[in-house]
Design a binder for this molecule. Structure first.
Ligand code: WQD
Length: 342
């Protein structure tokens, strides 16, 4: 049994990747400080997988604890999900993002080195491309940050590259996510943002359940087919399976790589609203508003390299993403924050 450590494994992407790893025969262990996730997800994961979940409450900043955890479980690789990811918050609280995201990654790698585990899968983001000169975006595009959050991801990519150059026995897979949305088809786990959702899909889902009155469409004057922002939405289960494919490749070949994890197609805000209305069976009210500062018009992946390197491509459609989101949201209108969840 190959033991894998998932930092931030109780979070949105981490929890779905946990399910995919168990399905693929790995033994994942969750490490989470629950600063941006909820312990209620553990019981849900046990329901889905039918087996106990190995989990530890703690921070990646605690080198001694993480190093001991890696040794205790003979961890063969680490998937590093733990990190803050709200662009707007990062502008208001840059040090919080630099400490958690950058220092956290450095401390994690120190713990890995101390424990002799040198295989890392890193959660990066399409935000590292800034405002791209063209679409679709390939991995060769220049990196440019447009927020402290984006800077933290670029910094971590450089730190990992420096470690790979210095230590030939290290290998890493950097995965640049586009826009993760959706939920596990069971409706037991999904995205459970704290407070008012920044991202489109969870906000639309909360409008659909009546928790929010309407969606504010941030701008309808972009140079796109219907004037609203275009993004590469990828189902979180496709993303999870992309992590399994990347881990398989990393452990089997020992070669490092950076790939986009996207569908290669873009959808506008209004296309998402229409698709969600079909999924939930009623209209999703919205208002056209001014652009949100910092937003870009279009962002979608060239997904060729992931297919070439990993034999992986996204399978699920926008309709699947909306149907699975609706099932999760309608059954858990307050996410994991309901009192009923232990
Ligand atoms: C998508 C589209 C908005 C909310 C961000 C981060 C990125 C990644 C994913 C972490 C845009 C529009 C949104 C709303 C709207 N996170 N929108 N009304 O900004 O593409 O990416 O999340 O890695 O790093 O930057 O995602 O979902 O916020 O916006 O009209 O209430 O929906 O203008 O066109 P974004 P998003």
């Amino acid at each position: 049994m190959t033991n894998i450590l998932l930092t931030g494994g109780a979070g949105y992407i981490g929890s779905h990747t946990y399910v995919a790893l168990v399905s693929a025969g790995y033994r994942p262990i969750i490490l989470d400080d629950y600063s941006n996730s909820h312990p209620g997800v553990i019981a849900r994961l046990e329901d889905i997988t039918g087996q106990p979940v190995a989990h530890v409450r703690g921070s990646v900043l605690d080198v001694a604890m993480v190093s001991a955890l890696i040794e205790q479980h003979a961890v063969q690789a680490v998937l590093h999900f733990a990190g803050f990811k709200a662009v707007g918050e990062s502008v208001a609280e840059p040090l919080k993002y630099f400490d958690n995201n950058i220092t956290g990654t450095v401390r994690l790698m120190q713990a890995m080195e101390r424990a002799g585990c040198r295989a890392l899968v890193f959660s990066s983001s399409a935000t590292v491309y800034g405002d791209p000169a063209a679409v679709p975006i390939t991995e060769a595009f220049p990196l440019a940050h447009t927020s402290p959050y984006g800077y933290s991801k670029i910094a971590c990519e450089h730190i990992i590259a420096a470690m790979l150059a210095a230590k030939p026995d290290w290998h890493a897979s950097v995965l640049r996510y586009f826009n993760p949305v959706g939920a596990h088809p069971s409706g037991l786990i999904g995205e459970s943002p704290q407070g008012v959702p920044n991202n489109l899909m969870p906000y639309v889902a909360q409008v659909a359940t009546g928790k929010r009155a309407h969606l504010n469409v941030w701008g309808a004057d972009y140079p796109t087919p219907d004037g609203t922002g275009l993004r590469d939405y990828i189902h979180v289960m496709d993303l999870a399976e992309g992590h399994v494919a990347a881990l398989d490749a990393l452990l089997q070949t020992g070669r490092s790589f950076t790939v986009n994890l996207g569908t290669g197609a873009g959808h506008s805000v209004l296309e998402v609203v229409r698709a969600f209305s079909l999924a939930c069976g009623h209209a999703v009210p919205y208002k056209i508003c001014e652009r949100r500062p910092g937003d870009i018009a279009q962002c979608y992946a060239d997904a060729t390299l992931a297919l070439q390197l990993l034999g992986w491509r996204a399978q699920r459609t926008l309709a699947d993403m909306c149907a699975d989101t609706w099932r999760w949201q309608s059954r858990n209108p307050d996410g994991y924050h309901e009192a009923a969840i232990a």
